[in-house]
Design a protein around this ligand. Structure first.
Ligand code: UD1
Ligand code: CA
Length: 453
């Protein structure tokens, strides 16, 4: 954590024309989280005293996402997009009274690492800009250095001369400066350039003109990947997944077929867990160590404890909590349900709004009937119970510890501890009747065949 206080400004007002979308660009998702949330997460690592989001296009939706993620985030509106410098100017009133460094991030640049931002804060210069090396064919702003390696100015591609375009040190857009200085420099910007915009990048030249110092910090190009189109979004997803897969493997997780596993932005998997092929992690999944997720599982908002095994073909939805050594088998769906240690749910089952006690066995085809068409209701099952195959548990209902339900039962009333509940029609057996019926049906079929001849 940096010693000096920091504030964060994230620019997210742009329309993102090239996305060809009604959704504001920064709300398009990578690994299940809006681009804006990725930027906010990176910035949050600086423990900023203030976070200001500059919104414009789709401001209401952008503000909601920002506040859902960080209650303390302040959202300011840039009604007209007159450039990145103008956007930062809109954030200044929200920084009133703040003393310390301001880090400016772009909401469409999701992969900047917290460590890189920390490095920027640690550099002793009036203005610090994050740069990266790339191909001269790209249209980024160019970082022009002085002989001594200091940053002289930034020139936008549109405004650059041939010689300047040949420079391969690019502007990522991430910039850091003392709050009072930034306010001063932004206040002096003009829009006398090819785009007719107030460029934030011009603060570097302005600082140098006052005899102040500017420096660069560089990072790999992958960190500064900006999303401007759907193709960029897909490239960002691919880059995220590639990094998440190799990250998981170096953390000691076995991925049987890494290229088929998709992680969420916040997935956590413990050491010596095994993830089979075609497993999809939505947001909010934590898996402890030594668990096994077999092929074709879909998981979101759930917790899987040590030693548990899930799948193949299981779906864990938000609020599914599996204690140690729980086994969830194929074609099982679990939502908002706690399964205590050693519970077994092997096959074809839906458990929703439920609690299942230790070591209980849930038979194939069991359904917690949790929805009455209007409201959701809970099912409570005690420890060491046995739920027979194809039991319908009509909630609200409680099954006691050590209780049993007979296969095919529809259970509508509570079952006390140790009791057996049967809720199904009594079996009737008619000796010889099947044989007679077969004979009759076959004869009918034969008659029909002859008639058709
Ligand atoms: C900007 C930089 C360029 C850099 C590139 C890196 C400037 C002038 N140029 O160019 O040097 O190489 O990023 O990706 O800063 N935004 C607003 N309000 C505005 C304009 C932009 O909030 O009025 C936001 C956008 O939503 C976006 C970010 O600022 O999140 C960057 O704007 P964009 O127009 O994409 O800048 P670039 O042309 O990519
Ligand atoms: Ca951009």
């Amino acid at each position: 954590m940096p010693a000096a206080p920091a504030a964060l400004v994230i620019l997210a007002a742009g329309q993102g024309t090239r996305m060809n979308s009604d959704l504001p660009k920064v709300l398009h998702k990578v690994a299940g989280a809006p681009l804006l949330v990725h930027a906010m997460r990176a910035g949050a690592a600086l423990a900023p005293e203030r976070t200001v989001i500059v919104a414009g296009h789709g401001a209401e939706a952008v503000a909601k996402v920002a506040r859902d993620w960080d209650e303390g985030a302040e959202v300011v509106i840039q009604a007209e997009q007159k450039g990145t410098g103008h956007a930062v100017a809109q954030a200044l009133p929200a920084l009133e009274g703040f003393r310390g460094k301001v880090v400016v991030l772009y909401g469409d640049t999701p992969f900047v690492r917290a460590e890189t931002l920390e490095t920027m804060l640690s550099v002793a210069a009036d203005v610090v800009v994050l740069g990266f090396r790339s191909d001269p064919a790209t249209r980024y702003g160019r970082l022009i250095l002085a002989e001594d390696g200091a940053l002289e100015r930034i020139v936008e591609y549109k405004d650059a001369t041939g010689a300047e375009r040949a420079v391969t040190l690019m502007n990522s857009g991430v910039l850091c400066a003392d709050a009072a200085l930034l306010a001063d420099l932004v206040g002096g910007l003009t829009n006398d350039n090819a785009a007719g915009e107030y460029y934030l990048t011009d603060v570097v030249g302005a600082a140098r003109a006052r005899g102040l110092g500017a420096r660069t910090v560089t990072c790999p190009e992958a960190e500064t990947l900006g999303v401007n189109s759907r193709a960029d979004l897909a490239a960002a997803e691919a880059a995220f997944q590639a990094a998440a897969r190799s990250g998981a493997m170096s953390d000691g997780v076995t991925l049987t077929a890494p290229e088929t596993v998709f992680f969420g932005f916040d997935t956590v998997v413990g050491r010596d867990s095994i993830i089979g092929p075609n497993v999809i992690f939505g947001p909010g999944v934590t898996v402890e160590s030594e668990a096994e997720i077999r092929g074709f599982c879909h998981l979101e908002g759930c917790h899987i404890s040590r030693g548990a095994s899930v799948g193949p073909f299981a779906r864990l939805r938000p609020g599914a909590e599996l204690a140690e050594d729980v086994h969830v088998g194929n074609f099982v769906e679990i939502k908002n349900a706690i399964l205590d240690e050693g519970v077994k749910v092997g096959h074809l089952t839906y458990l929703g709004d439920a609690h299942v006690g230790e070591r209980t066995n849930i038979g194939a085809g069991t359904v917690t009937c949790n929805f009455d068409g209007v409201m959701k209701h809970r099912t409570e099952i005690g420890a060491d119970a046995f739920i027979g195959s194809d039991t319908m548990l009509v909630a609200p209902v409680t099954i006691g510890a050590g209780a049993m339900t007979g296969s095919g039962s529809v259970i509508t009333r509570d079952v006390p501890d140790g009791a057996l509940a049967l809720g199904r029609a009594v079996q009737v057996t008619k000796p010889g009747l099947a044989a007679k019926l077969f004979e009759k049906f076959r004869a009918a079929k034969e008659r029909r065949r002859k008639e058709a001849e």
